[in-house]
Design a protein around this ligand. Structure first.
Ligand code: C5P
Length: 243
């Protein structure tokens, strides 16, 4: 699949501990392309914590997975945009009007110093299987529900989609090269245990059409996070850049 953009690596820092987050962020400055801060970090450290991590100089992906009535999401998105983060998330299941309100909020909240964040839509959480979907009144198969919500995300005008590695190929075929494809849940080949052979590696994900690779614990729990991130980038970019 031809790609519009070179792949970028964002490290997910999932902790409530601000000092730990800053320590990892510092170690990764100049190595990764950005840091992903999620609900754990945000609920503990708030916008002030985000601003302090931004001072390290890396782009921030603020993964809040917003899902509420359009008016509330627009308000929250105005506040997110005022932070000047590069990427943020909403649940596509919030509906077309909610996603459009999120876009409006993002544009209203950005000032002359900040660019509105790219908003990407979450389709079906990978923690949900067919049974879970039917329990909440959604019809499977999961891939159909993912495709339906991905279409809605594009119709709303969002920048892209959070995709599990399993669905990147399907979504690229369906939506073309334009939408930003953000892919978590990857494991570098060197971190794989014998029993995890079916896990998708970062290079596989890029071959399938991923733009933003989100990788957390293989980096944050490594003895040397910068070295782990460099190894992942070398694996993705090929042996030529491994030196
Ligand atoms: O597993 P790892 O530590 O690499 O997780 C990376 C990040 O991706 C975490 O912040 C997690 O919340 C997110 N993630 C996700 N969807 C998945 C798997 C992980 O958003 N299916």
């Amino acid at each position: 699949m031809p790609q519009l953009r070179p792949p970028r690596l964002f490290c997910a820092i999932d902790t409530v501990d601000f000092a730990r987050a800053r320590e990892i962020g510092r170690a990764l400055a100049g190595v990764v392309d950005g840091l992903k801060l999620g609900l754990e970090f945000f609920t503990a450290n708030g916008p002030i914590g985000v601003r302090q991590i931004q001072e390290l100089g890396l782009p921030i992906f603020l993964d809040l997975k917003l899902h509420d009535i359009p008016n509330t999401v627009a308000g929250a998105m105005r506040a997110v945009a005022s932070l000047g983060v590069e990427i943020t998330t909403v649940h596509a299941g919030g509906g077309l009007a909610m996603m459009r309100a999120a876009l409006d909020g993002a544009h209203e909240g950005a000032d002359s110093h900040t660019t509105p964040p790219k908003i990407v839509g979450v389709t079906v959480l990978t923690s949900l299987g067919e049974d879970d979907l039917s329990q909440i009144g959604q019809v499977g198969p999961v891939a159909d529900q993912v495709a339906k919500l991905a279409d809605l995300t594009v119709e709303a005008g969002l920048a892209g989609i959070v995709s599990s590695a399993r669905e990147i190929a399907l979504l690229r075929r369906r939506l073309g090269v334009e939408p930003l494809m953000v892919v978590p849940g990857l494991r570098p080949s060197w971190s794989l245990a014998q029993d995890q052979k079916r896990v998708v590696t970062p290079s596989d994900a890029v071959r399938l059409g991923a733009d933003i690779l989100v990788i957390g614990r293989p980096i944050t729990e490594a003895d040397d996070p910068a070295e782990a991130a460099s190894r992942i980038l070398a694996e993705v970019n090929g042996p030529a850049s491994a030196a």
